[in-house]
Design a protein around this ligand. Sequence first.
Ligand SMILES: Cc1ncc(COP(=O)(O)O)c(C=O)c1O
Length: 409
Amino acid sequence: MGKVQGLKCPKCMKGYAVEIKEPRCQECHYVLEVELELGGLEGKGADLFLHRKDRSIWRWREFFPIEKEGAIVTLGEGGTPLLPAERLGREVGGAELYLKNDTLLPTGSLKDRSNAVGISRAVEEGHDVVAVASTGNAAASVAAYAARAGLQSVVFVPEATAREKVVQAASYGARIIGVRADYDETARLYGQALKAFGWYNCLSSNPFRNEGKKSYAYEIWADLDGRVPDWIIHPTAGGTGPTACWKGFKELHRLGWVERLPRIVVAQAAACAPIAQAFQAGRDEIWPVEPQETIAESIKVGSPSTMAWRALRAAQESGGTAVALSEEEIARSQVLLATEAGIFAEPAGAISLGAAIRLFQDGSIEPGHLVVAVITGHGLKQPPTQITLPDAIPATLASVEKALRADAR
Ligand SMILES: Cc1ncc(COP(=O)(O)O)c(C=O)c1O
């Protein structure tokens, strides 16, 4: 199991004890980062992990901040397919493109990687009630893991959240707090409620829960037989995905299991792209933006927490980039994924493919580059509204022929 050494401010590097009540730097107010003791793993070597039968994220349990095996709360998350996408590879100029299909996680989104670890930590610390503010996917995920652990969950969602996601969270037994506001305002209210009621926080301002997404790095590395992608592209709002991919690969590098590191790409919707704007302007700080309408609802976060700064840093330090995609590019990615790769993703979850296409068009991705696009949310969570279905036909073969003829027109 993972041993926590302490917490550290990612900005000024000041160290803190694990027991600190609010895991923020007292000087720069940045969300702290977990420091794990990985020293013992050097001697053990990579084979220990590669030969484990467990294909869930817990195959990598020494990399997560959970000390007691009995505290682990799992729904079998992780081990999602890394699919070669030869036909889509043509869209990216002959690059070797892989799709990491996280729509297949237990609740249908990337959030299960972090919440499996977050809720396990809540169990380890003895909490009864866990909570989150969410654009929908984290709400469903926290609710599912809380149900699995026998804990109560409270989830705050903006009023406009896709009904499918809220129904999913409610089905797991969550207390739903729908707020007549956008996500940023909802998250502000959630912050006040968290202080008032003392729930366990499952947002990205909880450094322990963020560690779960490092499992991307380990799984991608193992599935590529030790090859390191030239690019890893991640749909981004709060920034946990890119941050955790970067941290995970840096750990593998420190252990001597990889010789180089991937470039990390933050993919956002142009309608709400605070991290991409900071990157393009060469800024070291993220300024909040007023979100505009976007079909990528799940990543519509205009004022991300200071965690997002680490995603910006990951893109900068790794030689990667941050891109802001138009609504047309996002919609096209969703269609291409479904029709050319057989993956039905929600728009926010498909945006990484659009980013790959953009980076090929601007000359960043070159033929032969190894590219991984992470697909982060299932299409059933926010089904397309533009698709019209044909009327039902009478149950006769003649009607089938007629329908087929009409379709061919
Ligand atoms: C489908 C999907 N992809 C990506 C993200 C971005 O995750 P993060 O907030 O960790 O950047 C979210 C966040 O809600 C999401 O629901």
